[in-house]
Ligand binder design. Sequence first.
Ligand code: IPE
Ligand code: IPE
Ligand code: MG
Length: 247
Amino acid sequence: MNSRSLPGLYGLDSLNLPKHIAIIMDGNGRWAEKRLMNRIKGHEAGSGAVRTIVRACREIGISVLTLYAFSTENWQRPKIEISALMVLLNKFLESEKNEMMENDIRLNAIGQVDKLPENVRKTLNRTMDLTGKNKGMLLNLALSYGGRTEIVDMVKIISQKVKDSKIDPDLITDEFVADHLYTAGMPYPDLLIRTSGEMRISNFLLWQIAYSEIFITDTLWPDFGKEELIKIIYDFQNRERRFGNVG
Ligand code: IPE
Ligand code: IPE
Ligand code: MG
C-alpha cells in the first residue's frame, strides 16, 4: 500500500483496486471427480461460486468482472455435459436477475452468443435489457468465447471498412483495434485469475491480457471464495506494474 492511501474495505487500498478482473473459472470437473460425483455436480457447485464472487466484486468496488464460463473449444465436450451447462446458465440468469437489479449490476455477454440454444439466448437478452442501465458494476460473461475468433472477427470488420474506403490503414492503432473487439469500451483486465492450477490461457482475452497481472491458484473453482479473492487483490496491490518501463 502506498503511503498516501488509506486502507479501505478488508484492508485493501481503495485507490489501487483492479478496475477489471478476469477469471478463468476452472476445476469444476475435478472437484466432482474428487468426491466420486458426476462432473455435472461440479458445475452446479461452480455456479454457487459465481454467485459469491459476483457479490464480492460488487462489494469491493470492482468496475468490470469478466468470467470465462464457456469457450469455443468447450463445444467439443460430451453433449450431455454441454446441455447441463446450458441448463445451469439459464437457471443462473433467471435466478440472479433480481439481485443484479438490487445491486446495480449490468450484464453483458462476449463471444459467439448466436451459437447458444435459443432459450438461453432469450434469457440472456432479456437479462441484458433489464439490467442495461445499471452502473454499479459490469458483469461480463464470456460465453462460447474464443480469443482467436474475437481477433478474426475484428480483422474482418476492420478490413471491410478499409475495403469500403471508410478508413485509411495508417489510422489503425492499438486503440482502434481495441474498439473493434468484443470488449470495446472496457478497460483491459488488470488482474487475471485462473483457478485449479493450470498454467495456461486457454484462448481467453488474448489481446486484452497483454499487461494483466496473472494469478494462478490451485483452488478448484467451486471452492474459490471471497477470502481468497481478497488475498489475491491484496497481492495484486503489492506488485509493481512496470509496463516495460524501469521501476
Ligand atoms: C470449468 O471446469 C468449467 C468449464 C470449462 C465449463 P472444467 O469442467 O473445465 O473442470 P476440469 O478442468 O475438468 O476440472
Ligand atoms: C477454460 O477451461 C475454459 C473455461 C473456464 C470456460 P478448460 O477446462 O476448457 O481449458 P483447458 O481445456 O484445460 O485448456
Ligand atoms: Mg478445465
